[in-house]
Design a binder for this molecule. Structure first.
Ligand code: SAM
Length: 549
């Protein structure tokens, strides 16, 4: 039997008995062998610890940026405590699963036999090309979302090999309503002719943790609301002043001529405009209307804002002044051409310029592309994360953008120590670090970075720096040495609170009493220290005591 029902958007839908048989049997979504295990991995607790490497850092004490050596899945689990809900923008450029190998593996395909083992005999053979890559990405993306602020965004670079599965996966994790762009990026302008088709583009996918429901366009009349509204809306781009000039020396400054017609025909906006020189009457082009009603048009004309072409004999145009446009910028666009945003070769040239003509990393992204994403999604004080850091282009772009707009953005980078075979930078994370050093030097920037290594060891009882991650303190926290009853402790500000970290070898009565009465809101001790003495009864009115395991 067939029946007609109305859905929640008032669409008429035909529904049959055959449909009814399938209810609960079929599900919308992306599925592959290994998905459940991959999801479980996101929920596993952090293991080992993040240990500081002062020798590999640039200005460890004062550094604003953080570079972490390790597998990003293990590292993301550590970042949950201190960075959950704090990151404004994540950019990642994962291996694309091209089947090749660069300085890092890029083949996540299984043989037919491996796939049968994993997926069973009747499994769709297509799965063998994609399943392992999806399983690698899934837990990392689940964790990535947890780190984003309410108005945070994720950008992912990807090419044709996995874009289809990745988009479905991100729709599932973020909700398709939080998708906001699939930017096509022109990665090459030259034509490679070793196959039948030269692919000249990749994509950058953009998903918001929560895409804004209300106003998305920054205008004069909504500025206050726009800046406070919840959820993500892309920031406008700075106006390209090259398109403005001042041939008539208008005292209001450079301007450009925009058409005076607009879409959405309305009767009040459809009237004849007479050219004052020729007397010719102009009507809006077919299917369009004028931008304003007649009274507003007259006011604009009297204010010298209406032109009739360069000759004065053409149809009406509106004079748009640069200084009025600059305050609100221009709506950003999704088309990312190589000339403006850099191609892959431009990325390589940037690295060569830093490394005396050689490129220690293949296919780095151009910083122009990354700076565009930073302008679109971050303000001057925001935190940026890239957990497939490669050569560190994201870190370089953050420093360059900070320098261009006076920002204080901070970035967290994560990279595996894949061997390079080059003693000058033995692993890829050494390349990342060296690039950050050289980029800061070339930019004349004083922004350093703190280097951390993910190790299998638990936090070191004698090193309070290794306690930051388990305590949920930021990895760029400033620890101030203080002496308490002759013993060394470290004070750190955390939000409104003062924490005192004590990693000394002894905890006698005098030191303990000093620590308890030092005026901190939280006192942190390591379990190993307490194991050596009976747990004292803490003063009831003293600080909250936390134990690092
Ligand atoms: C496509 S490259 C990123 C390039 C980078 N965007 C740039 O511009 O230089 C991917 C990087 O992710 C790293 N990587 C792959 N798997 C990783 C993992 N599990 N944890 C951390 N880094 C990983 C690779 O070593 C490689 O450097």
């Amino acid at each position: 039997m067939e029946m007609e029902v109305e859905d929640d958007m008032n669409h008429r839908v035909m529904f049959s008995d055959a449909d009814a048989d399938q209810v609960g049997q079929e599900a919308y979504g992306l599925s592959w062998p290994g998905k459940t295990r991959a999801a479980d991995q996101a929920g596993e607790p952090a293991t080992g610890s993040l240990a500081p490497r002062v020798d590999k850092s640039l200005d460890f004490q004062g550094a604003r940026h953080v570079l972490i050596e390790g597998d990003n899945l293990a590292v993301l689990r550590h970042l949950r405590a201190g960075y959950g809900g704090r990151v404004k923008m994540i950019y990642i450029d994962p291996p694309y699963n091209t089947g090749g190998a660069f300085q890092y593996p890029d083949n996540f395909r299984d043989s037919a036999a491996e796939h049968r083992l994993r997926a069973g005999d009747g499994a769709d053979p297509e799965g063998r090309y994609h399943a392992r890559w999806l399983s690698m990405m899934y837990p990392r993306l689940l964790l990535a979302r947890q780190l984003l602020r309410e108005d945070g965004v994720l950008f992912v670079s990807i090419d044709d090999h996995e874009v289809h599965g990745l988009r479905m996966m991100l729709d599932e994790i973020f909700g398709s309503r939080n998708f906001f762009a699939m930017f096509p990026w022109q990665s090459r302008t030259s034509r490679q002719n070793d196959t039948d088709l030269c692919v000249q583009h990749e994509y950058v996918l953009g998903y918001a943790r929560r895409r804004r429901d209300g106003p998305r366009r920054l205008k004069r009349d909504n500025e206050a609301r726009w800046r406070q509204a919840p959820g993500f809306a892309a920031f406008p781009e700075p106006v390209d002043s090259g398109r403005y000039s001042n041939p008539d020396n208008d005292p209001r400054g450079p301007w450009k001529a925009d058409p005076f017609d607009a879409p959405n025909v309305r009767p009040k906006l459809t009237y004849a405009i007479r050219n004052p020189t020729t007397g010719e009457e102009f009507w809006p082009p077919p299917g369009r209307c004028w931008r304003t009603g007649e009274a507003r048009f007259a006011a604009l004309r009297d204010d010298g804002r209406i032109l009739f072409g360069r000759s004065g004999r053409a149809r009406p145009q509106l004079k748009v002044f640069l200084n009025e446009k600059q305050a609100f910028g221009e709506v950003a666009a999704t088309w990312l051409d190589g000339a403006t945003y850099g191609t892959a070769s431009a990325g390589t040239r940037e690295l060569q310029a830093l490394f005396d003509g050689e490129s220690p990393f293949q296919y780095p992204k151009p910083t122009a592309l990354l700076r565009f994403l930073l302008r679109l999604a971050t303000g001057p004080d925001d935190l940026v994360l890239d957990f497939f850091a490669g050569s560190g282009s994201t870190g370089h772009a953050v420093m360059a953008q900070n320098q261009a707009d006076g920002g204080r953005r901070r970035c967290l980078l994560v990279q595996l120590p894949e061997p390079t075979g080059d003693p000058r930078w033995p692993t890829l994370v050494d390349v990342t670090a060296e690039r950050l050093r050289r980029a800061a030097g070339a930019l004349g920037s004083d922004e350093g970075f703190r280097f951390w290594r993910h190790t299998r060891e638990p936090p070191d009882a004698a090193d309070p720096w290794s306690w930051l991650a388990p305590l949920g303190l930021p990895l760029d926290a400033r620890l101030q040495p203080v002496t308490v009853n002759g013993a060394l402790a470290h004070r750190v500000r955390h939000g409104e609170q003062t924490w005192l970290l004590y990693a000394g070898a002894e905890l006698d009565e005098a030191v303990l009493n000093g620590l308890l009465s030092a005026g901190a809101d939280v006192l942190v001790l390591h379990r190993a220290l307490l194991d050596r003495r009976p747990l004292a009864a803490w003063a009831a009115a003293g600080p909250t005591v936390k134990i690092v395991e």
